[in-house]
Write a protein of this length. Structure first.
Length: 289
C-alpha cells in the first residue's frame, strides 16, 4: 500500500491544454424536541470517502440514523437548498489501532459550518467488509460531536471564517477510473478542497460555478506494471479550461481495479494544491494584478 501511494504522489502542473469535458427525511419521535439548526432544515449525510463503496453508503445511513437519535433531522437524500451536507473522510490510525473520520458540515453555498473528528478502536478492514458492529460503533461515536456543531448555543469550529477564495467549485465524478475510482476520487477531491477552505457545492452546483473534472487513463500492462495518468481540469461555467493538474506513474498491474480507499485520499491531497494554484492564478488574471 505504501509503495502504491508513493507511486501516485508525483504531481505536475500544465498549462491550458485541451481536455474533453466528461461528463423522506426520517422524523424523530413525536415527543422528541427538535434542535434548531443553524440556517438549515435538515442534514444530508454524504457517502464517506476512504472506505469501500458499499460500506461508505451503509455508514452514511447509520450516521443519519444515529443523528436522528440525537433529535437531528438527517437522511442520506440529496441536500435541498436549506440543508447542510455532512462530508466524511475515513483514515486508519497507524498500526491498525483504529479509524478516524474527519467530519465537515457544508452549507448550500459551499461554506464550512463546522468540523469535528471521531475515533473508534475498529479495524478499517471491518468497515470495508460492512461489519454491522463496526459501522454502528463508528456512527454512534460520531453523532454526539456532529450534533454539538448544530446547536445554536454551540459555536462551530470554523463558523464565520471566510474561505480565501470567493469562487465556488463543483466536483464531477472521475471518468475512466477502474474499480470504484469514479466516485471514490470525486468524494476524496471534494473533501480535500473543502479542507482547504474552498467552497465545494453539493450535487451539480448552480450552473455558475467552476468545475473540477477528473479523468483516469491506464496503459496496457508491461512486466507487471501499468502506467496510470490522472488529470484534473479546472473549467469555467462556459466550459473554458483554466488549467490542468496531472499525476502519473507506474503502479502494480490491476492494483486499481477494486477499492481505491486511502489511495483516493492520497491522490486528492496531492492534487488539491495544484488546483488551488490554478484558482489563485485565475483570480490574479481577473483582478489584473
Amino acid at each position: 500500500m505504501q509503495r502504491l501511494l508513493a507511486a501516485l504522489l508525483m504531481l505536475a502542473l500544465s498549462g491550458c491544454q485541451p481536455l474533453p469535458h466528461p461528463l423522506a427525511d426520517d422524523m424523530p419521535g413525536p415527543q422528541a424536541p427538535i434542535l434548531t439548526l443553524r440556517d438549515t432544515a435538515s442534514i444530508s449525510v454524504s457517502p464517506v470517502a476512504g472506505i469501500a463503496t458499499e460500506a461508505r453508503d451503509k455508514l452514511a445511513s447509520a450516521v443519519a440514523e444515529a443523528l436522528q437519535g440525537e433529535n437531528i433531522l438527517a437522511s442520506t437524500e440529496e441536500p435541498g437548498r436549506s440543508s447542510l451536507s455532512l462530508l466524511g473522510t475515513a483514515r486508519e490510525i497507524p498500526g491498525g489501532r483504529g479509524v478516524i473520520v474527519d467530519w465537515r458540515l457544508v452549507g448550500s453555498d459551499g461554506r464550512t459550518a463546522g468540523q469535528v473528528s471521531s475515533t473508534v478502536p475498529t479495524a478499517l478492514a471491518a468497515l470495508n467488509r460492512s461489519d454491522p458492529a463496526a459501522i454502528k460503533a463508528l456512527a454512534d461515536a460520531s453523532a454526539p460531536g456532529i450534533a454539538k456543531l448544530l446547536q445554536d448555543d454551540t459555536p462551530a469550529a470554523t463558523a464565520g471564517v471566510d474561505p480565501p477564495s470567493l469562487r465556488q467549485i463543483v466536483v464531477w465524478p472521475v471518468a475512466g477510473a477502474p474499480g470504484d475510482g469514479k466516485d471514490a476520487l470525486k468524494l476524496a477531491m471534494a473533501a480535500a478542497l473543502t479542507q482547504a477552505q474552498i467552497k465545494v457545492l453539493p450535487g451539480d452546483g448552480d450552473g455558475n460555478s467552476l468545475a473540477v473534472v477528473g479523468n483516469v487513463a491506464l496503459e496496457a500492462p508491461q512486466r507487471g506494471l501499468q502506467k496510470v495518468s490522472i488529470t484534473w481540469a479546472l473549467l469555467q461555467p462556459d466550459g473554458q479550461q483554466l488549467g490542468v493538474v496531472t499525476q502519473e506513474n507506474a503502479v502494480p498491474q490491476g492494483s486499481l481495479d477494486g477499492r481505491w480507499g486511502e489511495i483516493a485520499n492520497a491522490v486528492a491531497r496531492a492534487a488539491a494544491p495544484g488546483i488551488l494554484a490554478l484558482i489563485e492564478k485565475a483570480e490574479q488574471v481577473k483582478s489584473g494584478s
